[in-house]
Ligand binder design. Structure first.
Ligand SMILES: O=C(O)CC1=CCC(=O)O1
Length: 261
């Protein structure tokens, strides 16, 4: 376990693998922490330097009062890169983590070698939709919205049969109101269409075929913006790295090979 100091918070980071290994950095989604990547990591090639971090208001990282902005979250990710002296990064971002990846690649192309967009888009939902969610969470708590959120995260089969399902619910509902609504505000204000269209690095996109949060057509449209291949993952919702780790690890491994130097 490592900590990195951003301007105003301490960020929880896990940094594993050889110091001279190829850097693969992971950023998780709204309401999840860095454990969302646990299932795919043992399936990736040996020798990678794997860096994971809990974004502001999530996991063990500090939560400042809401609202946050996407620029603030990108600055936090940049602080992790600088704190660990990372460069030549392959950045894998899930949902809001993908917005952070797009923002980081646009602002600091010198740091990012390649980008994987998982169940994310250049713009996710509408400002009105996110404001409604912020208002409801402020009034009733994250727990009150957990059922519909989990229906978008996971397929009916996973929800019915996975013993882990209850733990993912706990992860979501234990997210602080400040951290959750702060990140909702960051998503509401993020339209990265122009900067993502201008990206000039290898990008790959993927989405679960049953993703109810960032549906496949939305993810495909963002892939088209930056000329990236798009892959549909069968039998997965919004979090395919949990539901279909083998399929995700295979796509990631192939992408790492294609973008090797
Ligand atoms: O909670 C959801 O609907 C899923 C989601 C949207 C953005 C994100 O990071 O997760």
């Amino acid at each position: 376990m490592k900590t990195i100091s951003a301007s105003d918070i301490t960020i929880h980071v896990l940094d594993k693998g050889p110091r001279d290994g190829r850097v693969v950095m992971f950023a998780n989604s709204l309401g999840t922490d860095l454990r969302v990547w646990d299932a795919i990591l043992p399936l990736l090639p040996m020798g990678l330097r794997i860096v994971r971090f809990d974004k502001r208001g999530h996991g063990l990282s500090d939560a400042t009062p809401a609202p946050y902005s996407i620029d603030r979250l990108v600055a936090d990710a940049k602080a992790v890169c600088e704190g660990l002296a990372l460069s030549d990064i392959t950045f894998v971002g899930l949902s809001i983590g993908g917005l952070i990846g797009q923002g980081l690649a646009a602002k600091r192309p010198d740091l990012v070698r390649a980008l994987v967009l998982m169940d994310t888009a250049a713009q996710i939902g509408t400002a009105e939709m996110w404001q409604d969610r912020i208002d409801r969470v402020n009034r009733d708590g994250v727990n009150a919205l957990a059922d519909p959120i989990l229906e978008r995260w996971f397929t009916p089969a996973f929800r019915a049969t996975s013993p882990e399902f209850a733990l993912w619910r706990n992860m979501l509902t234990r997210t602080t109101v400040a951290g959750y609504t702060g990140c909702c505000a960051a998503i509401a204000g993020a339209d990265l269409t122009n900067s993502t269209r201008a990206l000039r690095l290898p990008v790959m996109a993927m989405a679960g075929d049953q993703d109810g949060s960032t549906p496949p057509d939305l993810v495909r449209a963002t892939a088209d913006l930056c000329g990236a291949p798009f892959h549909l993952i069968a039998d997965a919702g919004h979090i395919p790295c949990v539901e279909q780790p083998e399929a995700v690890a295979k796509l990631l491994t192939d992408f790492l090979e294609r973008t090797a130097r």
